[in-house]
Design a protein around this ligand. Structure first.
Ligand code: F3S
Length: 404
């Protein structure tokens, strides 16, 4: 790769061992993808996982004297102070949270601990070159904003944050942003949940191709968050277009860069309903409700608050959100309403963390296929239904109707 003098100096160790390691990794990625050179990034997001391997890498950079040039926002770990009101945490789990916090703080990260930074604190402009990890982030950045990021790992995004550059390849190039398959959505798409199902199902029909959706009318930001999260969980789709809606797809022709459409598929209501039946565990009695994978927006928290206002939940209800949205929920009275009903709102917390051990072996209800997917390995069962239906189930303690 052709490097600038400063990039070469980083690679040669003149900025310390931590920066050198980060640049070595960036160069190796660039060579693997035939990138000709590096380009500067102006935003980064690191999907820290709060697990040993993640921590090992972050601490290695810290020990090598690295700090971030482009300060990244970071993914949630878990908020042990808030969680301690519902469970007793293992000292080793609390210790890793504290070590992770210390390492990323030393690197200079912006400690947002949320998985939807593109909605609140790390919002790009059209065409901005970024380095974002986390499943819902990459598609939202590329598709909804028209910013440019590859599907980064937590570590490669952290390297970009440290060096301030990324290899020029993949979705940063115009030619890799053109549509590859036209997806006619004939399903009714009645609510945000249908976008969860569409995102999880579509990769079964389109594989790794960049989809161009038609038939989607003015999706909400929550729908788009859900669509991206599931496209990147059910498959490996880091970018899509919606004709007449996303910025690089005013027309079908523009979405395909003027090239002929070679492949088309159709997705129907039946496809989405059969996807739901594959994702959900059988209906019946539930032990808890869990929302916020990805983190709920303040509007979604408002929906829950209105539904439980003045009532008592039959089972505990847990909401995960960003620190900013929790703050808003407190100011707007939502947090108090949900708490009075027997629910809890936690910030900084991810579903895929050891703080949920007290739910292992139990059955919950959620609106998130991603949540159900990640927790199978932890012997948690989930009925997966739209948000409103899930809150009703939490009020009754069971969900009736369809059974697997
Ligand atoms: Fe967010 Fe963790 Fe789910 S990062 S999307 S809560 S698995």
């Amino acid at each position: 790769m052709k490097l600038t003098k400063e990039e070469q100096a980083m690679l040669d160790g003149e900025f310390g061992a931590g920066v050198q390691l980060a640049m070595k990794i960036q160069v190796a990625i660039g060579e693997a993808y035939d990138a000709p050179y590096m380009v500067p990034v102006s935003r980064t997001h690191v999907a820290l996982s709060n697990q040993e391997a993640d921590l090992w890498f972050a601490e290695k950079l810290v020990a090598g004297g690295a700090t971030c040039r482009v300060l990244p926002t970071v993914n949630p770990s878990f908020n042990w102070e808030q969680l301690s009101c519902v469970t007793k945490l293992e000292p080793e789990d609390e210790a890793i949270v504290k070590r992770t916090h210390a390492a990323y703080n030393a690197l200079g990260a912006i400690m947002t601990y949320d998985c939807t930074p593109y909605l609140e604190k790390n919002v790009p402009r059209f065409g901005e070159i970024c380095s974002f990890s986390e499943s819902s982030c990459t598609p939202f950045m590329n598709s909804v904003y028209g910013a440019r990021t590859n599907r980064e790992a937590a570590q490669s995004a952290l390297c970009a944050a440290v060096t301030g550059v990324v290899p020029y390849y993949g979705y940063l190039l115009d030619e890799n942003r053109k549509g590859e398959i036209l997806v006619h959505v004939e399903a009714d798409m009645e609510n945000d949940f249908d976008y969860q199902l569409l995102g999880y199902f579509a990769p079964q029909k389109i594989g790794f191709k960049l989809p161009v959706f038609t038939g989607l009318k003015n999706p909400t930001k929550e729908s788009l968050m859900n669509l991206g999260a599931q496209l990147n969980t059910g498959g490996n789709v880091a970018m899509y277009h919606i004709v007449g809606f996303t910025p690089e797809a005013p027309t079908i022709e523009a979405a395909f860069h003027g090239e002929e459409v070679r492949e088309e598929v159709t997705i129907t209501n039946d496809d989405l309903r059969s996807m739901q039946s594959m994702l959900t565990d059988p209906y019946g009695k539930i032990d808890f409700a869990l929302f916020g994978c990805p983190h709920l927006t303040i509007d979604q928290i408002g929906v829950i608050a209105e539904m439980v206002r003045g009532q008592k939940l039959a089972v505990p209800l847990f909401v995960m959100t960003s620190g900013l949205s929790l703050d808003l929920a407190k100011k707007m009275g939502y947090e108090e309403t949900i708490r009075q009903a027997g629910g809890h709102i936690f910030s900084d917390t991810c579903m895929d963390q050891p703080c949920w051990k007290f739910l292992y072996g139990k059955k919950g209800v959620t609106d998130s296929p991603k949540c159900a997917y990640y927790t199978r390995r932890r012997q948690m069962e989930f009925v997966v239904v739209p948000l409103e239906q899930a809150v009703e189930a939490a009020l009754r303690g069971e969900i009736q109707g369809y059974r697997k």
